[in-house]
Ligand binder design. Structure first.
Ligand SMILES: Nc1nc2c(ncn2[C@@H]2O[C@H](COP(=O)(O)OP(=O)(O)O)[C@@H](O)[C@H]2O)c(=O)[nH]1
Ligand SMILES: [Mg+2]
Length: 209
């Protein structure tokens, strides 16, 4: 069940990339110990956000099987995660979205709450995770009012997430106590290492350090 604070949050799973380093496979559908990554992510997001939207550019029917809206990039395909954020913002029913990448299976249970608290302090446009050392730009909460600015940026050829964020009031949110959040599967080797981590006796999401 989503809490009252999260009722107008739409979680957007960014599964629209080309996954070149995975040989062009559709990363959200890659199986980890027999289950597509997107299933782990949906399971983690369901208690945290009232709405879920999947952003994908391939295998739309397969993503549609989960019962959530599937939206393609609204700007020309494959210009990076900002395109997926724009589609998610347009598809959102409430006034905020939270984005997560489709290749990070260990979504922490406090993701939405923590990004939301930061967004609500002061006049903030977007809150974005950092891992203790660097910003992790695809784990973010964005106000829906940012859509015109994002579309203008993309239409002018902008592609860099950090650059677009820098033009808005941004809160950095520390997730260094949940380091597994940012483990992501970019190569076949990453996949093997996450699968063995999942099978380890102490597997499961937990705060670290
Ligand atoms: N919609 C959309 N999403 C993209 C695009 N390119 C990358 N992404 C998403 O952005 C996230 C990060 O991409 P990834 O290739 O893993 O980059 P990394 O930051 O090097 O790990 C993934 O969730 C991708 O699906 C794109 O052109 N369109
Ligand atoms: Mg990645």
């Amino acid at each position: 069940m989503a809490t009252d604070d999260n009722t107008s949050v739409t979680a957007v799973i960014l599964a629209g990339g080309m996954a070149r380093r995975m040989g062009g496979q559709d990363k959200g559908l890659i199986e980890l110990n027999g289950r597509p990554i997107v299933e782990y992510i949906i399971e983690a997001l369901r208690p945290q956000a009232e709405h879920i939207v999947i952003n994908a550019n391939r295998n739309l029917a397969q993503y549609g099987c989960y019962g959530y809206p599937v939206v393609e990039d609204i700007v020309s395909e494959y210009c990076g995660p900002l395109a997926g954020m724009a589609s998610g913002l347009r598809a959102a029913t409430g006034d905020r979205i939270v984005t997560v990448p489709c290749d990070s299976p260990f979504v922490p249970p406090i993701l939405v709450e923590r990004l939301n608290s930061a967004l609500m302090t002061g006049d903030i446009d977007l809150s974005v995770a950092q891992d203790g050392q660097r910003m992790q730009p695809v784990f973010t909460m964005l106000r829906r009012r940012l859509l015109p600015s994002l579309l203008a940026y993309l239409e002018n050829g902008g592609r860099k997430v950090d650059t677009w964020y820098a033009s808005h009031a941004t809160a950095l949110v520390d997730f260094s106590d949940w380091p597994e959040t940012f483990i992501n599967i970019n190569t076949p080797r990453d996949k093997a290492s996450v699968e063995s981590k999942m099978s380890a006796p102490a597997a499961g999401m937990r705060p670290g350090r």
